[in-house]
Design a protein around this ligand. Sequence first.
Ligand code: ZN
Length: 138
Amino acid sequence: MKSFREVFIIHTQERRKMINITDRLSTAVKKSGIKEGLLLCNPLHITSSVFINDDESGLHQDFENWLEKLAPEKPYSMYHHNGYEDNADAHLKRTIMGREVVIAITDGKLDLGTWEQVFYGEFDGKRDKRVLIKIIGE
Ligand code: ZN
């Protein structure tokens, strides 16, 4: 069995942002040379997510509105976590949106559905965040 590991950095100017990372993952699959296997991708942080959904800006705005209803950023004082930090909402948003994705690799390609795209969801940005790609297979 072969294995491949890569870590890349995402640094957003905004506190919250959704970034399509599908091409980055496809490039990693090519680099790995693995034709049949599994790809795992997750942020190495607890205030951002990797998830699969539609690349449609209206839907991304709907996610933003929905997450702000469930775990509003402000007032910061409403959260127990915000003693020394202001990112309690980001921890909660990350939990709802998920930690990682696992994608089958078939015939050297990501085996995704027609409308499936992979996103990095930042909920406490403006700093470097590391994202792990791990691929195993043959
Ligand atoms: Zn925190």
